[in-house]
Design a protein around this ligand. Structure first.
Ligand code: NAP
Length: 438
């Protein structure tokens, strides 16, 4: 029987995900050896504080605070520290030493991915990051490998569990944003500082990665138009519900042709109304899902846990096994395809349907004036609904108008909303949200 070779694995970080990766590497060593053709030897674990309490019992002598030295001697490096530095320098050092790297660090990839991929290409090593988008869900490999003979036209993703939990709470209980956020924090779905989640920044980092792989062009965070969910009110959710929609924070990457006839891609994150029968509308709680439209495959949906130590470790191990196999078999490694060179369009180039909520005076002729203003700006109305309210104290009646438009450009919509605000019969514009999937 031939001796299996040993591949040294350096693990950087032993938190939620890293500790589970270490556990699986040790518990499933034999299985991993049979799948890769090599012993994956956990050579060391770099952390900040060796004495910190860990979720998994691991030999103390594996731990070090000297990540630089650990990386120098590794065949495979798993980066699960998070943050930009020292993660970036350690990944670069690993690549330059000829090690393949697995990371879950979406923030770093969105900020600096193109430079890191280029270094990995030059060195002929793999840089894989399945865990960086939608946790346990195998989504990057299907986009990169399984769909590489097809042409993806659109990707819609619920890629942030915290915001999906909050919006789902608001939808199912009628709670206001602040109360749903507090509940998410109490249950551990949201961090004490929830900014990166609720402002859409975490989803934007994932949108840049999804767009890059789907359209064979390197996009970074600067190419992503980003709006979070802090402005979504209980009234928006209730109105959307009544009209047959659910509000989701979507990461969207889609192929477009702009007004000049040029082809490009729009990458964006914003709260979006989806028809309640759309497959993504059924994604509840903190779950994630990615919905893909491709020319030949048609519609595909990938669903699962978008976070959590053990689920995310599954994605990390998948990348590790693949990288180890390539080292054992001597393959060329998985090189990203970046031959697309499509431009990233600004949000102005996008056309979608819109939902607009208006608080208007209850007077004769108001609806006709509003409809005429929309028509003058080239925005056609698909649905217009009115509900009358009477203020109990003043006895004054006002009307709530909810409008869903046909597809219109951002520019036309913005001009329409500005003009509507100028009408003397408008008390306020209560919401302007984009609609997808109609
Ligand atoms: P975490 O729980 O905060 O753990 C971070 C680990 O890195 C800790 O062990 C910490 O050491 C170590 N570390 C941080 N800075 C370091 C430094 N300068 N030098 C040495 N060690 C350092 O993070 P996590 O939740 O496991 O996430 C890890 C990565 O996976 C992040 O990029 C995250 O975005 C990504 N990810 C996480 C999830 C998830 O569900 N958690 C899902 C998908 C992707 P100490 O223990 O000594 O403090």
């Amino acid at each position: 029987m031939t001796e299996l070779r040993t591949l040294k694995v350096a693990l950087l970080g032993c938190g939620n995900v890293g500790a589970q990766v270490a556990r699986i590497l040790m518990d499933d060593a034999d299985t991993l050896a049979s799948r890769t053709g090599a012993h994956l030897q956990l050579a060391g674990i770099a952390v900040r504080n060796i004495d910190a309490e860990r979720e998994v019992d691991l030999p103390r002598d594996l731990f070090t605070t000297d990540a630089e030295t650990l990386v120098k001697d590794a065949d495979l490096v798993i980066e699960l520290m998070g943050g930009l530095e020292p993660a970036r320098s350690l990944i670069l050092a690993a690549i330059q030493n000829g090690a393949s790297v697995v990371t879950g660090n979406k923030a770093l990839l969105a900020a600096d991915g193109p430079a890191l991929y280029e270094e990995a290409d030059k060195a002929g090593v793999e840089l894989s990051y399945e865990a960086a988008v939608a946790g346990a869900i195998p989504i990057l490999r299907p986009i990169r490998d399984s769909l590489s003979g097809d042409r993806i036209t659109r990707v819609l993703g619920i890629v942030n569990g915290t915001t999906n939990f909050i919006l789902d709470q608001m939808d199912s209980t009628g709670a206001q944003f602040a109360d749903a956020l507090a509940e998410a924090q109490r249950l551990g779905y949201a961090e004490a500082d929830p900014t990166a989640d609720v402002e859409g920044l975490d989803a934007a980092a994932k949108a840049a990665i999804l767009a890059s792989l789907s359209f064979h062009t390197r996009f970074d965070l600067a190419n992503v138009h980003c709006e979070g969910i802090t402005g979504v009110s209980a009234a928006d959710i209730a109105a959307a519900k009544e009209a047959g929609f659910v509000i989701k924070l979507l990461a969207i990457a889609e192929q477009l042709t702009d007004a000049d006839g040029d082809d490009g891609v729009s990458v964006r994150v914003h709260p979006t109304l989806l028809p309640r029968e759309h497959p993504l509308a059924a994604v509840r709680g903190a779950f994630n899902a990615v919905f893909i439209e491709a020319e030949n495959a048609g519609e595909l949906m990938f669903y699962g846990q978008g976070a959590g130590g053990t689920p995310t470790a599954s994605a990390v191990l998948g990348d590790l096994v693949s990288a180890a196999r390539r080292i054992v078999l001597g393959g060329p490694g998985r090189i990203e395809s970046t031959t697309g060179h499509v431009p990233a369009f600004p949000i102005d180039a996008v056309t979608t349907s819109y939902y607009i909520g208006l608080d208007v005076a209850d007077q004769p002729g108001v609806l006709a004036r509003i409809a005429q203003l929309f028509a003058e700006h080239g925005v056609s109305i698909e649905i217009m609904r009115q509900t009358i309210h009477r203020d109990a104290d003043s006895n004054v009646e006002s009307a709530e108008l909810r409008i869903v438009t046909h597809r219109a450009s951002e520019a036309a919509l913005a001009a329409t909303v500005k003009a509507v605000k100028g009408l003397d019969v408008i008390n306020s514009v209560t919401s302007v949200l984009r609609v997808e999937g109609v």
